[in-house]
Design a protein around this ligand. Structure first.
Ligand code: G3P
Length: 217
């Protein structure tokens, strides 16, 4: 399973990238706002730091303008995945840009039918939003499982990128179901290493080690 960082915070991405756990990055207009950075500048810096796909989102609503924006974003670096919303204009843009050989991430997916359309439009990634479904008392995980079944039924190569991940449990469940990628905020990714028994065990080892009076270096 690939891990993408859902952030446009260059320092937070760099910290995680140093652990070797980062297979890509996803951004969106809200994350660009939060970073306080210029989209073209910060995206270029992220692309230079991370080897894998870096999603950068278009903001036009009509297909022609979306295609133009997508081509401009794709010029930033070879590892750009143009992110488009799951609308008919976004699907048309997905088809045009993927036919040109560009990676496309279709975002704001909330149903199996939407995921089917994205796969048929040649999407590299489909981004179902788990947390936002959970927010309205629907089951985000069920959507991931349904898309997995449908894509496998027909052999679609579009990768399932579980997004809007809010907890370590969302990551584990996505992995159990077989999502290809998860994208999560840095704070959620950091929590994946946490376990109270690890902390407790380490504390005991350190206490005993101190009693030995030894040192390794
Ligand atoms: O990349 C978009 C997605 O991950 C957003 O997450 O928490 O704003 O629903 P959230």
């Amino acid at each position: 399973m690939k891990f993408f960082v859902d952030s446009a915070d260059i320092d937070a991405i760099a910290e995680l990238n140093d652990t070797g756990m980062v297979d890509g990055v996803t951004t969106n207009p809200s994350l660009i706002l939060k970073s306080g950075r210029d989209i073209l500048e910060v995206t270029k810096e992220i692309c230079a730091m991370v080897d894998g796909p870096v999603s950068a989102e278009v903001v036009a609503l009509e297909a022609d303008a979306m295609i133009e924006e997508g081509r401009k974003l794709a010029e930033i670096a070879p590892n750009i995945a143009v992110k488009v919303p799951l609308t008919w204009a976004g699907l048309k843009t997905c088809k045009v840009l993927s036919d040109e050989g560009k990676m496309v991430n279709v975002t704001l997916c909330f149903s199996v039918n939407q995921a089917l359309l994205a796969a048929k439009a040649g999407a590299t990634f489909i981004s179902p939003f788990i947390g936002r479904l959970d927010d309205i008392n629907l089951d985000g995980m069920e959507l991931i499982a349904d898309i997995r079944t449908v894509y496998d039924n027909y052999g679609f190569g579009t990768e399932i990128l579980a997004a809007s991940i809010r907890s370590a449990n969302h990551v584990a469940e996505s992995a159990r179901i077989g999502a290809d990628v998860i994208t999560a905020p840095p704070e959620v990714l950091k929590k994946l290493a946490s376990h109270p028994l690890t902390d407790k065990g380490l504390e005991a080892f350190m206490a005993d080690w101190a009693k030995t009076g030894q040192s390794i270096l």
